[in-house]
Write a protein that binds this ligand. Structure first.
Ligand SMILES: Nc1ncnc2c1ncn2[C@@H]1O[C@H](COP(=O)(O)OP(=O)(O)O)[C@@H](O)[C@H]1O
Ligand SMILES: [Mg+2]
Length: 279
């Protein structure tokens, strides 16, 4: 082979390697100020259309509430964003450069999409602090992670998150002894340790007391701006507190967007009242 050809071959190989790495290691790029594009996704379960050409866009730093009747497809939408379910058609993009439909669930989490499920999954036998510590070092096994010394910066970050989730005073308590609401906050704190750019929260205040619900709204409002948040919730008082009369909410029905606008606007929308609020 001539030196020229060898050089061309080496260049082609390097380009190929860069491309195959790109999906996993690319930093998300928020080009047009958009954190998430969901573009005409459809999902069928045994012929039933759970999502029907659903499209929506979430801006960087935006806190968006999604409401809609049971079976509207809210959880299925989150499943498609996080890689749990693959849509039959459509596109889901994180920022302007990451095609989420090409990534596995762990890769999507690694790219900066965090998801909170309804049931809290904290380590009951460990303290609140240890739970956060483990979340910070999610790549290690439990014991190895706890033996590994924290850096000062990591300790500071845990301290910050403890304040955010209102559990500073409970840091040395066993997680199993927390109230239901406190466990939910701890799980949100565990998500925050990974510093996700986009957070998906499915019915986060279900089962919480009124006071816990109010504090959760304060927590989400404090995360807005630094993170983008998508919050699915039925509790209209909570949605009202989150949207503060000026943020857009999205109403899902039969797998697509029925209405979008201020809470007061969608509450006055006849179609929305008929399928959801009027029941
Ligand atoms: N894995 C599945 N298999 C079959 N049907 C499903 C599955 N997941 C969801 N569905 C159906 O899709 C529809 C939308 O469900 P879901 O996304 O859970 O709605 P929501 O969260 O808005 O209440 C429902 O009719 C539900 O029964
Ligand atoms: Mg649901």
């Amino acid at each position: 082979m001539t030196p020229d050809l060898m050089e061309a071959g080496a260049r082609a190989l390097a380009a190929h390697q860069a491309r195959s790495r790109a999906y996993v290691s690319d930093e998300v790029y928020f080009g047009q100020g958009v954190a998430l594009y969901v573009d005409e996704i459809s999902v069928s379960f045994d012929g039933f259309k759970a999502l029907n050409a659903l499209s929506l866009t979430i801006d960087v730093g935006e806190l968006r509430c999604i409401i809609g009747p049971n079976g509207a497809g809210k959880t299925t939408m989150m499943d498609c964003i996080t890689g749990k379910t693959r849509p039959d058609s459509g596109r889901v993009s994180f920022g302007s450069n990451i095609d989420l439909l090409r990534l596995s669930e762990p890769q999507i989490a690694q790219a900066g999409v965090g998801r909170k499920f309804q049931k809290p999954t904290v380590y009951e036998q460990l303290t609140v602090f240890e739970n956060l510590e483990l979340a910070l070092k999610a790549d290690r096994r439990v014991r190895a992670a706890l033996l590994h010394r924290l850096t000062g910066a990591q300790r500071d970050r845990i301290g910050e998150v403890l304040v955010l989730i209102h559990l500073k005073g409970e840091a040395q308590r066993m997680a199993g002894l927390l109230s239901h609401g406190q466990k939910q906050w701890l799980e949100i704190g565990m998500l925050l340790m990974q510093d996700p750019k986009l957070l998906l929260l499915d019915e986060p205040v279900a089962g919480m007391t009124d006071e816990e619900t109010e504090r959760t709204a304060e927590l989400f409002l404090s995360l807005e701006g630094r993170h983008s948040l998508v919050v699915v919730e039925h509790d209209m008082k909570f949605v009202d507190q989150l949207t503060q009369g000026r943020k857009k909410v999205t109403v899902l029905h039969e797998g697509s967007v029925l209405a979008e606008g201020l809470l007061s606007e969608v509450q006055a929308n006849e179609k929305v009242v008929e399928v959801y609020l009027g029941r």
